[in-house]
Design a binder for this molecule. Structure first.
Ligand SMILES: Cc1cc2nc3c(=O)[nH]c(=O)nc-3n(C[C@H](O)[C@H](O)[C@H](O)COP(=O)(O)O)c2cc1C
Length: 354
């Protein structure tokens, strides 16, 4: 089995190694959801990853949930991302855009005045969300998408995929976990619909399958990946039968031949998400959650995935690939600056001494 530092072809994307930087929202965009200069520097510093999956990027103004998160639906956002992708490519890296529509996990305080909070059903998620303007707030009560509006949401994703390629991204990743819009369709407590998008597993995965179809149509299958975590209850979603739901999803999308499936370890010890994904998806897996250098090497040696992604280790170790390769100690990071504006705790983590 190939090791962590060997190259990998994921669809149309050629990776120099199998250490992937997992997506991380860091809340450093400006008030118009445009990438800032420190974001260029942050991603450039981490370009030795075989592939960077960007932080979640909203495909439309309705998709914004959190403050200072970026979008890819205006010309200035596309221009801002072009500076990021150029910097990563000049440093020899590859980067895909993670398309993240927050759906009901949102506050209107964090979005444009003409943006709406939409979801499969008018069910408010439990929990609070931070806003710059009004502190902690209840999550919005979402407006249910009308049946006739759903193709428009899928189109927003397709436009975002075209914009991502125009901005120089090597591809896009559909964010289908953590309780955001795609998962709100797949889960049982957030989707009470009685039309073709609710009820049976086949119906609950329909929005995700159609969105992936639209992304493949816009970007080409070799430049589209997607991310799942079966059974993840984050952001108040409940799915008592993840094996049924995700079998329906994976059997529906395998025929599209996406470049990869990014799968997060299931929170349930009884559910082996990596083995499940391997059984039901014919394609490359990027596996995630809690890996270090040794466990990543072991997982690849056992054939559990084609690549391993790391999130938190990349915060304090911009040169994570070198540190893993040379067995250098890994630095920690300050959780207080994960989502704060400015360079502190973002672009000021040093590389290991030469
Ligand atoms: C600060 C932070 C922000 C995150 N934002 C996202 C995100 O935007 N999209 C996503 O799919 N996962 C997000 N995650 C989850 C990570 O990608 C990853 O699944 C998780 O941290 C487990 O991997 P790790 O053990 O290597 O950190 C985030 C994690 C952290 C720590």
């Amino acid at each position: 089995m190939p090791g962590v530092f060997e190259p990998l072809q994921l669809g149309d994307i050629a990776l120099a190694n199998r250490v992937v930087m997992a997506p991380m929202t860091r809340s450093r965009a400006d008030g118009n959801a445009v990438p800032t200069d420190i974001m260029i520097e942050y991603y450039r510093q981490r370009a030795s990853a075989g592939l960077i999956v960007s932080e979640g990027i909203a495909p439309s103004r309705h998709g914004i949930g959190y403050c200072r998160t970026p979008g890819i639906y205006t010309p200035s956002q596309v221009a801002g991302w072009r500076l990021v992708t150029d910097a990563v490519h000049q440093a020899g890296g590859r980067i895909v855009a993670q398309l993240m529509h927050c759906g009901r996990v949102a506050s209107h305080f964090n979005k444009a005045a003409d943006a709406q909070t939409v979801a499969p059903s008018p069910v408010r998620a439990a929990g609070k969300i931070y806003t710059d303007v009004a502190g902690m707030q209840e999550l919005d009560l979402p407006r249910a998408l009308k049946l006739s509006e759903i193709p428009g949401v899928t189109d927003e994703y397709a436009t975002a995929a075209r914009n991502s390629l125009a901005a120089g991204f090597d591809g896009v990743e559909l964010h289908c976990t953590s309780g955001y819009l795609p998962m709100q369709f797949m889960a049982m407590n957030s989707n009470l619909r009685t039309d073709a998008y609710g009820g049976s597993a086949q119906n609950r995965v329909r929005f995700v399958v159609e969105t992936l179809e639209a992304l493949v149509g816009a970007a080409g299958a070799g430049r589209v990946g997607f991310r799942i975590c079966p059974g993840n209850p984050f952001n108040d979603v409940v799915d008592p039968e993840p094996s049924v739901t995700y079998e329906a999803l994976l059997s529906g999308v395998t025929r599209l031949e996406p470049a990869y499936l990014h799968v997060i370890r299931s929170p349930s010890k009884d559910f082996n998400a990596f083995a499940f994904a391997g059984r039901h998806f014919r394609g490359s897996l990027i596996i995630n959650d809690g890996f270090d250098g040794a466990s990543a090497s072991q997982a690849l040696a056992e054939g559990r995935g084609a690549a391993v992604s790391f999130a938190r280790h990349f915060i304090g170790n911009p040169d994570l690939v070198r540190r893993l390769r040379e067995g250098l100690p890994l630095a920690g990071f300050d959780t207080k600056t994960m989502y704060t504006p400015g360079p502190a705790g973002y672009t000021d983590y040093p590389c290991a001494p030469a």
